[in-house]
Design a protein around this ligand. Structure first.
Ligand code: PMT
Length: 318
């Protein structure tokens, strides 16, 4: 079948940018400018959660994917612990750093509270130490202005925001990292082909034709932020093709690293692939039972590789 994938520039020329793009641009530029002034400060863009694909312009129905933003929200906390400033580009209402410990799907915050006997409420004593730790980290990050939140819903918004943020981050060159953990749709309905109103069920079976979303890694690496350290993720369900697909991505886009993961094992097994190596990173059964997070291990590895990337660029400039 002939490929229908359009070029990124055609995509941006034919799609409508989000209404709040200018406001976000202003906010991101001032975040980047502020942190660029701090010697040695790095900024990472973490993308997180799934993009939707609307079926109607006045959207009633949309296609979605599984991602709740677990990887992205956990990773953000580790980057902050390593002194990075973070732009967290996330799906609206998906998991957020820090509050993810008390999300609605696990550990509802109400289960941690109790009446204090004087008409007020307090945290139950058995939960206080852990909650206090999270709260202190959260407050410190807020106070230092280290975390900037930007949300998207559909793939169109995601791509426009990604381009805007990339061009802003390009100003800090090798000190910028891109950590593209969002689950990005490969298919969409272009605005020009989308119906305006709710699709009617009285018209029989629904036949959809979706166009291919342009692969955005290509302009990101080649044009928008060519000196940044770029990490993409490769998600597969078939382990036998994961490494070859990850290597193909690395060769095609010429970026710095791919984290390969399989849907069913992604929380305890990833493969870090660069041009020099292929590193298996796993949590043991004991670590999994203790609630160790795999992001802690591989983010540390990525930061070491960015250190070398920054040092190599500095050596060339001398
Ligand atoms: O949120 P969780 O439940 O914790 O799950 C985490 C995760 C499994 C979503 C995450 O670890 C992950 O693998 N994210 C990438 C998912 C994905 O989009 O994979 P892909 O193989 O379809 O795309 C590979 C890369 O190409 C991605 O880095 C993506 O940013 C990029 N891409 C994708 C589509 C597109 N049109 N342009 C792109 O550049």
């Amino acid at each position: 079948m002939e490929s229908m994938r359009i070029r990124p520039s055609q995509f941006f020329d034919s799609q409508q940018p989000p209404a709040n793009l200018q406001d976000i641009k202003t906010r991101i530029n001032s975040f980047v400018e502020k942190h660029a002034k701090v010697p040695g400060r790095r900024i990472v863009l973490v993308t997180s959660g799934g993009t939707t694909v609307p079926l109607e312009a006045q959207t009633v129905r949309f296609i979605d994917n599984f991602s709740a933003g677990t990887r992205g929200s956990i990773s953000t906390e580790y980057f902050l612990e390593h002194g990075y400033a973070v732009i967290f580009l996330h799906r609206q209402y998906s998991l957020l750093p820090y509050s993810r410990h008390y999300s609605h799907s696990k550990n509802c915050f109400l289960d941690f509270m109790k009446p204090d006997g004087n008409g007020g409420i307090t945290v139950a004593p058995q939960y206080t130490p852990a909650m206090l730790q999270v709260l202190e980290k959260y407050n410190s990050v807020k106070q230092q202005g280290l975390l900037e939140l930007v949300s998207f819903v559909d793939v169109n918004e995601y791509l426009f925001l990604l381009r805007e943020i990339s061009c802003s981050l390009a100003k800090i060159q090798e000190r910028a990292m891109f950590y593209l953990a969002a689950a990005v749709s490969d298919f969409y309905i272009p605005m020009g082909k989308m119906v305006q109103h709710k699709i009617q069920s009285g018209e029989g079976a629904l036949h959809l034709e979706l166009d291919q979303v342009p692969k955005i890694l290509s302009p990101l690496v080649k044009e928008w932020a060519p000196r940044a350290f770029v990490v993409s993720f490769k998600l597969e369900t078939d382990p036998s093709i994961l490494i070859s697909k990850a290597k193909t991505a690395l060769a095609r886009y010429s970026h710095q690293a791919v984290i390969g993961n399989i849907l069913s094992t992604r929380k305890h097994h990833v493969i870090l692939i660069t041009n020099q190596e292929e590193k298996d990173i796993r949590l043991t059964k004991e670590e999994q039972d203790l609630g160790v997070e795999i992001e802690g291990s591989f983010i540390h590895e990525l930061i070491e590789r960015q250190d070398r990337w920054v040092a190599a660029a500095a050596a060339v400039e001398k």
